[in-house]
Design a protein around this ligand. Structure first.
Ligand code: GDP
Ligand code: IMO
Ligand code: MG
Length: 424
């Protein structure tokens, strides 16, 4: 039976979605990205080759699969070209199997400039954005001042829309010597893109609808993670899009019946890049050990990721919001290095025990985790390919998590490579 899956992050991003999408793409015909932009960094390791993709769906690595970028994405057109060059350099032929919605908003150079200025203005309250211009582009989209891919093909309109930015962004653009504030330069650079983008534009919503009707299998690829969702995450320490399941529907123009299974990706511990509350954060030797063992440095910015224990309270929130059916647990091997492993089962906030994420962020910031301690495993899990090959304690850890969350485990990842995988 056909099974269209959506792969979503259940934590603060970098759960290993790229690897999971790559695995599931093998059995899909189409892979579609629905939100976020080049703030994402999705890593896939095939043999000795490591691919880090920011905008292009992770399915592109598989020959013959069609990949779609939906209207919910914010596309940096020059970043996109760099990614195409990267794929070319790796011998990946994407011709005729990569499509972009004409309604996709584009990240303009001035959006990156504004991202930097706004972060500076936030001072000690800065979000720690990826500086990819994501927030300012989504702001323009919602304010109906955005520049969309379709605008490339109507230069007069594009010019007017760019000129209008002078009026509404005078605070950032007037008198600025930064090249990114130069709208004429931006216009000229955009004109160079017209012929490259023309053959890539397609009605993504219609294409997916027809493909689904024809019985093709679609895989939806999420970026970031549930706790970075602009509505349901740790706002304002969040990204600017809906990273959760609803984002796929609006970000591609598809109906809910097109998604048959929600796969939540969960790292066996927790990481976060950028600022914001993180109750189970470990600012000690164990956190350092996990960072080292898990090579926890951002795939997009190279920043060290904050590391901590698995947080079931935060995960329950993610499972509920997304209606997660199955989970993919990644980086189990990283915990091989520890004698005992903690899991946060509830928070204590102002003396009260809470099993759910508090709605008030300032409460979340003060949450004291209550831990259950589980023993580390007797046998290494690195590179294991069958559940029975894992140590009993590792199996118990996974069962404990799946039972608490009331979900089935679909995949266990035991290393970065494709083959370091247990399919359940
Ligand atoms: P994404 O943004 O969710 O796609 O995740 P990232 O690619 O940013 O970060 C995940 C990192 O962990 C990448 O470097 C992956 O190669 C790596 N990775 C994925 N799964 C595993 C695993 O099971 N074990 C180990 N050790 N590394 C993994
Ligand atoms: P993937 O898809 C981890 C974080 C940033 C910052 C906040 C807002 O690889 O999991 P933004 O640039 O979006 O305005 O930054 O969100 N962030 C991510 N953290 N993984 C990501 O993507 C992220 N994309 C954004 O670090 O805290
Ligand atoms: Mg990432």
């Amino acid at each position: 039976m056909k099974n269209n899956m959506i792969v979503l992050g259940c934590q603060w991003g970098d759960e290993g979605k790229g690897k999971i999408v790559d695995l599931l793409a093998a059995k899909s015909d189409i892979i579609a990205r629905f939100q976020g932009g080049a703030n994402a960094g999705h890593t896939i390791v095939v043999g000795d080759v490591k691919y880090v993709l920011h905008l292009i769906p992770s399915g592109i690595i598989h020959p013959g699969k069609s990949c779609y970028i939906g209207n919910g994405v914010v596309l940096d057109p020059w970043g996109f070209l760099e990614e195409l060059d990267f794929l070319k350099s790796k011998g990946i032929d994407y011709a005729g199997r990569l499509w972009i919605s004409p309604a996709t908003n584009m990240v303009m150079p001035y959006h990156k400039l504004i991202d930097a200025v706004q972060e500076k203005n936030r001072g000690t309250k800065s979000i720690g954005t990826t500086m990819r211009g994501i927030g300012p582009t989504y702001i323009d989209k919602v304010a109906r001042n955005g520049i969309r891919v379709i605008d490339l093909f109507n230069p007069d309109r594009l010019k007017k829309r760019l000129e209008f930015q002078k009026t509404i962004k005078a605070q950032y653009l007037t008198g600025s010597e930064d090249e990114r504030a130069d709208l004429e330069l931006t216009f000229n650079k955009l004109m160079d893109l017209v012929d490259i983008f023309k053959p890539l534009v397609a009605d993504v919503s219609l294409a997916l609808y027809n493909a689904n009707k024809e019985g093709k299998t679609i895989l939806f690829e999420g970026a970031q993670g549930t706790l970075l969702d602009v509505d349901l995450g740790t706002y304002p320490f969040a990204t600017s899009s809906n990273t959760t399941v609803g984002g796929a529907l609006t970000g591609l123009g598809v109906g809910p019946h097109m998604i048959n299974e929600v796969v939540g990706v969960i790292k066996a511990y927790t990481t976060r890049v950028g600022a914001g509350p993180f109750p189970t954060e470990l600012v000690d030797d164990i956190g350092e050990k996990i960072r080292h063992q898990g090579d926890e440095y951002g795939a997009t910015t190279g920043r060290p990721r904050r590391c901590g224990w698995l947080d079931l309270v935060a995960l329950r929130h993610a499972i509920r919001i997304n209606g997660v059916d199955t989970i993919a647990v990644t980086k189990l091997d990283v915990l091989d290095c520890l004698d005992e492993i903690k899991v946060c089962t509830s928070y204590i906030i102002n003396g009260i025990t809470m099993n759910e994420v508090p709605l008030d962020l300032s409460e979340f910031a003060h949450a004291k985790p209550v831990y259950k301690t589980l023993p580390g495993w007797e046998v290494s899990s690195t590179g294991k390919t069958a559940f029975d090959e894992l140590g009993e304690n590792a199996r118990n850890y996974l069962k404990y998590v799946a039972d608490d969350l009331d979900v089935k485990i679909r995949i266990i990842s035991t290393g970065p490579r494709r083959e370091d995988t247990i399919m359940m």
